[in-house]
Design a protein around this ligand. Structure first.
Ligand code: NAP
Length: 321
């Protein structure tokens, strides 16, 4: 047992997956689960994943030596304000927010000095949300990034590392600023592009739109899967990682304009060079073990008109983070 009593606040995909993983690996004695929504609490109760389920956030953290906040990025301030005064001396507070600088600045003003705060972000997820979407294997083989503060207790970092590796994740430590830039490129920008492409298709006149959907196996399908991600979660991510995303978008726009010019000018060398670089990056992703991971119980059956998957991957749920 790494911890005696853990409180999980926010019982959606990530919070419920953590509860399942804690149970599966028998890592804590007691699990307290809390969510602002009575309906979510009711569903969670029926899943039998915690010793107590409550919508009383403040009291949910009493006596817990670990508190994990897994709410949308825009809701951290409200949660921290409620639970801050009730946190136990020496308790470790962590989170799963997809943006780090903003989450830290929302939480810090409400923390008593006696609490050990270690921000975290598991790079694992699917396009589904809610308590029923979670599963214990979600974190296996995925990264969990910890962004300790200069004053963070190294023993607390060690305990949290043990928790995430116990879930099957790999742990990396970096600064919150670096995290927000890195995830801006690898996760936030691709989501923005997916939302844009799917939005453009939705605006097409009827016949063309129908064709886009019928022939979606030629690439569009993968964007629709990413664009199916939770709208509240992604609204908050873009509003709270504004600076990083805007600066990456600037670079992206310039690169897109260069490709546009290459197509207009018939500059085959630039097109070929860019696409060859893309292939090399894909190869590096596969070699790093980060190519599509198949979660067996979530794998949708392929429909007959779908293209077969490329050899190195298989159809499965996408991760978002
Ligand atoms: P989710 O499935 O939407 O679950 C979030 C839960 O938090 C919902 O039950 C929501 O209730 C509840 N909630 C909202 N405001 C709250 C508040 N003020 N107090 C208590 N509970 C509140 O979201 P998720 O996908 O698990 O994501 C949770 C966090 O992990 C987010 O910060 C996200 O950025 C991060 N994350 C997500 C992924 C992913 O792929 N999903 C991956 C890595 C990290 P309502 O439904 O009633 O609003």
């Amino acid at each position: 047992m790494i911890f005696e009593q853990v409180t999980i606040i926010g019982l959606g995909l990530i919070g419920s997956s953590i509860a399942r993983a804690l149970r599966a690996h028998n890592m804590v004695r007691t699990i307290i689960a809390a969510d602002i929504s009575q309906n979510v609490c009711k569903v969670f109760q029926s899943l039998d994943l915690a010793d107590r389920v409550t919508d009383d956030l403040e009291n949910s953290v009493r006596d817990s030596d670990l508190v994990i906040i897994a709410v949308p990025v825009g809701a951290f301030e409200a949660v921290a304000r409620l639970i801050g005064p009730a946190l136990e001396p020496g308790a470790i507070l962590t989170d799963t927010g997809s943006v780090k600088c903003s989450v830290i600045s929302q939480i810090l003003p409400h923390l008593p000095d006696h609490v050990r705060f270690i921000p975290a972000h598991p790079i694992a997820g699917t396009e589904h949300s809610g308590p029923e979407a979670g599963f214990a294997e979600l974190f296996i083989g995925r990264w969990c990034i910890l962004t300790p503060l200069p004053e963070s207790d190294p023993r607390a970092v060690e305990k949290l590392t043990a928790l995430w590796t116990g879930f099957g994740a790999k742990v990396e430590i970096m600064t919150p600023e670096h995290h927000d830039i890195a995830l801006g490129i690898t996760s936030h920008l691709p989501h923005l592009i997916a939302y844009t492409i799917v939005g453009t298709a939705a605006d097409l006149e009827n016949q063309t739109r129908n064709d886009v959907i019928r022939f979606s196996a030629s690439g569009f399908r993968d964007f629709t899967r990413i664009a199916a991600s939770d709208p509240i979660m992604w609204r908050d991510i873009f509003l709270h990682n504004k600076e990083s995303v805007l600066s990456i978008l600037q670079q992206f726009n310039e690169d897109l304009t260069a490709l546009q010019r290459a197509i207009r000018d018939g500059n085959s060398a630039i097109l070929e060079e860019t696409f060859t670089r893309g292939r090399a990056i894909r190869r590096a992703v596969i070699e790093a073990g980060q190519a599509d991971y198949v979660y067996p119980e979530k794998t949708p059956a392929p429909t007959p008109d779908e293209e077969p998957p490329p050899p190195e991957s298989a159809p499965g749920t996408s991760r978002r983070s």
